[in-house]
Design a protein around this ligand. Structure first.
Ligand SMILES: Cc1cc2nc3c(=O)[nH]c(=O)nc-3n(C[C@H](O)[C@H](O)[C@H](O)COP(=O)(O)O)c2cc1C
Length: 326
């Protein structure tokens, strides 16, 4: 965990420090599609379009969800250091400026903020099958509450809805496999040695795990050892909200971060499943599980991490690439 900057440190330094901590946030294909600008007493979050996955994510849905996750991380860092913040989302309307944060003054650090903040460095995507133990129902409720507090919702899926998720995912995987631009993007972002961006072999399973909902095919096998277990005790949920637009996706990303860090605190692992949400037909199938009352942002697998070696941390860009101070 990053040390608490001194409360009398210059405000721009505190804001830049929070943005650096926020680089640990999850992002689609580890594209880290954000840019932080520190301008006096303001910390601004921009979508970094040069790292948008043009074929996989043409509308920027997954880019914006990723940016929402880094926004939540930054907010949490500031709260964990005892700062009250004011956050304006899309202050100029839809566009690349996604949020502006200002410090409002010192506040007592809550146990909740501190505990969640401490989990940031322990959160990773674990694509191995989960342990053969069911997730306690009250833990699932805690994840739903964490998402709700951030303005999105988590619908836990019953068996038939998991089947729908599996077919939406299989359908999306077929589309991806037959699209040369998406395949080229996978080659650009996944597999091999990676030092700053994308997914290195070490976090990609060495063979397809046995699971109810197929994991994303990253265009080849990695080197992450996995057991023979089947993911049958995993729980699945759909993160969703009222709006299928930039604000909804940003909030969805903040909710993803909140529920994921809550999961880590409770000893659970999360694996996002975004493939079915990336294609229109997949979104339609998933909307049925929501009784057409909301828009899906992301599916998540929730489980108790398997015993054995956890996957390595995925690399990040140096802060000089993502945080700029004026
Ligand atoms: C919006 C979004 C979509 C993602 N979709 C998937 C996915 O479909 N399959 C998967 O295995 N991981 C998915 N991930 C996880 C990312 O690959 C992961 O966060 C990134 O590689 C960084 O690794 P870390 O989470 O271990 O820090 C997604 C993450 C985000 C934020």
């Amino acid at each position: 965990m990053a040390a608490n900057p001194k409360t009398d440190a210059p405000v721009p330094d505190i804001l830049a420090h929070a943005a650096e901590v926020a680089s640990a946030a999850p992002s689609i294909h580890n594209s880290q599609p954000w840019r932080w600008e520190v301008d006096g007493d303001r910390l601004e979050l921009y979508a970094e379009r040069s790292r948008q996955l043009a074929a996989t994510d043409p509308e920027g849905r997954m880019l914006t969800i990723s940016c929402g996750a880094t926004l939540h991380h930054a907010r949490l860092a500031l709260a964990g250091w005892g700062w009250q913040t004011q956050v304006d989302r899309l202050p100029d309307g839809e566009g690349d400026l996604l949020a502006r944060i200002r410090l409002e003054g010192a506040i007592p650090i809550t146990a909740e903020a501190e505990q969640l903040f401490r989990t940031i460095g322990h959160r990773h995507t674990d694509r191995r099958p989960v342990a053969n133990r069911p997730v306690p129902p009250d833990a699932l409720q805690a994840l739903a509450a964490a998402a709700y507090a951030e303005g999105a919702r988590l619908q836990l899926l019953h068996t038939e809805q998991v089947d729908d998720l599996a077919s939406a995912t299989a359908h999306a995987a077929e589309i991806d496999a037959s699209d040369p631009a998406i395949q080229a993007e996978l080659t650009d972002w996944a597999g091999g040695q990676r030092t700053e961006l994308g997914l290195p072999d070490e976090v990609i399973p060495s063979r397809p795990p046995q699971t109810n909902v197929a994991s994303r095919e990253f265009g080849g096998s990695g080197s992450l050892p996995i057991g023979d277990d089947h993911d049958k005790t995993a729980a699945y949920g759909l993160l969703y909200g009222d709006e299928d637009n930039q604000l909804g996706w940003l909030r969805g990303g903040e909710a993803l971060s909140a529920l994921w860090l809550t999961a880590v605190r409770l000893g659970l692992g999360i694996m996002p499943i975004s493939e079915p949400v990336e294609v229109p037909a997949g979104r339609q199938i998933l909307r049925r599980s929501l009784s057409y009352l909301g828009w899906p942002y992301l599916a998540v697998r929730v489980g108790i991490p398997a015993d054995g070696t956890e996957p390595e941390a995925t690399p990040r860009l140096p802060a000089s690439e993502t945080v700029h101070k004026h």
